[in-house]
Design a protein around this ligand. Structure first.
Ligand code: COA
Length: 178
């Protein structure tokens, strides 16, 4: 079912966000791996691999409770973003927009939609080297948590390899900071 906007003109212009279904699995995998090319030569070499997201890893993430929502462009899924409730927070997981349609507001529409859907504090982790992604979240009011808290947060709320913990940052929304 479409999650349409009703009130302000700004919201009316926003692309429609929908919940992804099992049928979207292949498209989600393709979008993630296509968009993750942005990390090549940017994140530490030992963290980069092709495909960036192997099929079994995406299956595991969905089984672990990551719920994907997406936006279509030209009639096909073109941007995806996952959310995962863990303990007392909601995590933004795997935010990817096909390179051909980046910077058109699709990622922002997804982020706004995911945030509207939860009353929990929202946290997002990304590569320390992905300056553009950090800027994207900062523009949406997220702020980096101090480095000394990253280790504790990543090991409390995320199940990611040790090396990724060392090379990531965590950003938190206003609810978390309150
Ligand atoms: C980071 C990412 C998810 C953001 O999604 P996006 O759809 O490109 O983001 P938006 O378009 O909503 O906003 C990004 C930029 O577009 C601009 N923008 C927003 N709406 C726009 C519109 N309608 N037309 C033109 N530009 C627009 C924003 O001001 C912003 O400006 P910037 O050029 O300074 O970055 C996406 O670029 C991506 O997949 N990147 C590669 C993978 C990645 O880094 N993922 C993050 C993992 S945590």
């Amino acid at each position: 079912m479409r999650e349409t906007n009703t009130l302000s003109p700004q919201k009316r212009r926003s692309p429609s966000v929908r919940r992804c279904t099992d049928d979207d699995f292949e498209a989600i995998l393709r979008i993630i791996n296509e968009a993750a090319a942005a990390y090549a030569g940017v994140i530490p070499k030992d963290c980069w691999h092709v495909p960036y997201m192997p099929r079994h890893e995406l299956e595991d993430e969905i089984a672990a409770g990551v719920v994907f929502r997406g936006v279509e462009a030209d009639g096909a899924l073109a941007a995806v973003m996952g959310s995962q409730d863990v303990l007392d927070v909601s995590l933004i997981r795997h935010a990817y927009v096909r390179p051909a349609v980046q910077s058109r507001g699709l990622g922002s529409a997804l982020l706004r939609s995911l945030r509207r859907r939860t009353k929990r504090p929202v946290l997002v982790g990304t590569w320390r080297a992905a300056a553009w992604a950090i800027r994207f979240y900062e523009r949406h009011g997220f702020r980096r948590v101090p480095d000394e808290q990253i280790d504790r947060l990543l090991s409390t709320y995320w199940a990611i390899p040790r090396r990724q913990v060392e090379t990531s940052v965590v950003l938190a929304d206003q609810r978390w900071r309150r």
